[in-house]
Design a binder for this molecule. Structure first.
Ligand code: FEO
Ligand code: CA
Ligand code: CA
Ligand code: CA
Length: 567
């Protein structure tokens, strides 16, 4: 047991039990505090959220956005800046004056648009802990109407042109901002995931390729948020190309409040989860990318030129090659390049319809790729395959068959797994790799078969639907869940969504934090002094974190009582 004791001692905390209540739990000797919630004012003279009225239209683009997700910290000139994704909205909470949160006016739609996108804000630690610095010149909201530009091979293509932007290079807004990434040159990457839900209306006269794209990316006649009824930009019958301008990775310089975000088309268009950036031994930039939909793919981008510290970085995310993964049953795999030759597609169309292009290469359909994390101490990468109720049953609309096998070994997979790959020759730019499963989530108290999970899943650390994931500077793998929190049946004993730590060497996993009922845990980064861990609590239930009557997505600050390092 000395090996086990050693492994356990790698976790700097005592694991906690599953919980089913309406608050956050952390281990003994640790504490947590809300740092910023949806609707908190970012500027002076802004009232922000009030319990009875919510947030006013006038304030809606001057407050912390909704549904906190991926985030990263940045430092410049003694200032600490947090960039945070605001993925989507909870209209019943955000539009308290409406029935069921259905927008009744252009003003309602504008409010929803303002609550989403990205929040960039300065934060500072005072007597009461970390808080936003109100009125800091770094504070900005990049919402659904914020000006952005497009770059890379697809920028300016006819399929990106609209009546309002004849050049196809100037877009308003970023949406579905899910996971995040950070470049070695200090910029923030925000990843556009479920953009399709914002568009509605019937587009006529589409080409076969575009029609197939509509189906494959899930564009429907009716939107999820009702934008198209009050904002013609989101009406597909008027603007059939507008949805082609979303589904990209967007680069933001959070240290320059005057900078314009850039959509990097070389990284492909799909439902991006996060963008995990690392460097090959020769300095080329490697970005791992997941497409979170049942039966979609894992991608990798490799830049043509190397990153050289201190040299200009122009082109590093514009000039390169996009690859898609094929996993073989013998635990080998390869990255297959998307090129005009391999796909038979025009280069811009191949990036705009990356899903269709990747299908032509016979890529492996995955169980919903969510966050990818690269180990800073070993040449290996991990991807959460969150779950797939349709595995082996039916493909995504217009997508490929989803046979059981390889890193997706279970039919009707409600628990999820984490796949790990080891690039050949210890080089993330090499086109071949070996793979294994770091963990198969499951429930050993309910099942005795493959649904019990892998050996490192026990009664004491059960979880389902791994989603957020990142390494800390000490080499621990942090895993956040977005799953079923009924605590019943197949999920009995798992409790609320949670954050766990994994040891990449031993495979051991321990529960660190649990969230309030109804939430998912998503987004994790650290303060510059690494004595505070910021954790995102998205769409909590009840009226957490206060008694305002409305639940508010919140970033919490987690510390040790002795203020020691926390990762
Ligand atoms: Fe926004 Fe796939 O999570
Ligand atoms: Ca996610
Ligand atoms: Ca998820
Ligand atoms: Ca989410």
């Amino acid at each position: 047991t000395s090996a086990q004791a050693q492994a356990v001692s790698r976790f700097p905390f005592t694991p906690i039990d599953a919980q089913t209540d309406m608050t956050v739990h952390v281990p003994e000797g640790w504490n947590w505090k809300p740092m910023v919630s949806w609707g908190d004012a970012l500027f002076e003279d802004v009232r922000g959220f009030e319990a009875t009225t919510g947030v006013s239209l006038a304030d809606s683009d001057k407050v912390f956005g909704e549904n906190t997700d991926g985030m990263e910290t940045f430092q410049i000139g003694g200032h600490e800046i947090l960039a945070v994704n605001n993925e989507y909205v909870n209209p019943e909470t955000n539009l308290p004056h409406t029935k069921d949160g259905v927008p009744q006016s252009a003003e309602d739609v504008r409010m929803l648009q303002n609550f989403q996108g990205v929040t960039v804000m300065e934060i500072a630690e005072g007597q009461g802990g970390f808080a936003p610095v109100k009125g800091s010149r770094f504070n900005r909201r990049l919402h659904h109407n914020a000006p952005m530009t497009m770059s890379g091979p697809a920028a300016g293509h006819a399929l990106l042109q609209t009546a309002a932007d004849a050049e196809g290079r100037n877009v308003l807004g970023t949406m579905g901002n899910c996971g995040a990434g950070k470049t070695p040159w200090g910029t923030y990457l925000t990843c556009e995931e479920n953009f399709n839900g914002y568009f509605g209306g019937k587009a006529e006269g589409l080409s076969d390729l575009v029609q197939a794209g509509y189906e494959r990316y899930g564009l429907a006649d009716e939107s999820q948020y009702g934008y198209e009824k009050f904002d013609a930009r989101f009406d597909l019958s008027h603007n059939p190309n507008e949805p082609h301008r979303f589904g990209w990775v967007v680069e933001i310089d959070p240290t320059n409040p005057d900078s314009t975000p850039v959509k990097r088309t070389a990284l492909g268009r799909f439902k991006h989860e996060n963008a995990e950036v690392t460097l090959a031994p020769d300095g080329r930039v490697v970005v791992y990318l997941g497409d979170d939909e049942r039966g979609e793919f894992l991608y990798r981008y490799v830049s043509t030129n190397p990153y050289v510290a201190g040299q200009p970085t122009d082109g590093l995310l514009d000039d390169g090659t996009l690859y898609v993964a094929k996993f073989n049953d013998d635990q080998t795999g390869e990255w297959m390049a998307l090129t005009p030759e391999s796909t038979g597609m025009d280069k811009a169309e191949m990036l705009i319809f990356a899903r269709q292009a990747a299908s032509k290469l016979g890529a492996t359909t995955m169980d919903r790729p969510e966050w990818i994390a690269v180990n800073p101490y070993a040449v290996e990468a991990y991807c959460c395959l969150t779950n797939n109720k349709n595995r082996g049953v039916k493909p995504n609309a217009g997508g490929d068959e989803t046979p059981v096998g390889g890193p997706n070994p279970r039919q009707a997979n409600h628990y999820g797994q984490i796949v790990r790959w080891y690039p050949d020759e210890d080089d993330h730019a090499k086109d071949t790799f070996r793979w294994d499963l770091f963990v198969m989530a499951g429930n050993p108290t309910v099942h005795g078969d493959a649904y019990a999970g892998s050996k490192n899943v026990t009664q004491g650390n059960m979880f389902n639907s791994p989603d957020g994931m990142t390494f800390d500077s000490a080499g621990l793998l942090w895993i956040q869940t977005d799953g079923e929190d009924s605590n019943e049946g197949d999920f009995a004993g798992m409790g609320n969504n949670q954050q766990l730590a994994g040891d990449p060497v031993t495979g051991e996993i321990a529960r660190f934090l649990t969230g309030p009922t109804g939430c998912e845990i998503t987004g994790l980064c650290w303060s510059a002094d690494r004595r505070t861990m910021f954790v995102g609590i998205q769409h909590p239930g009840g009226s957490w974190p206060s008694d305002s009557g409305l639940p508010r997505s919140t970033v919490i600050a987690v510390k040790r009582d002795d203020a020691a390092l926390v990762g």
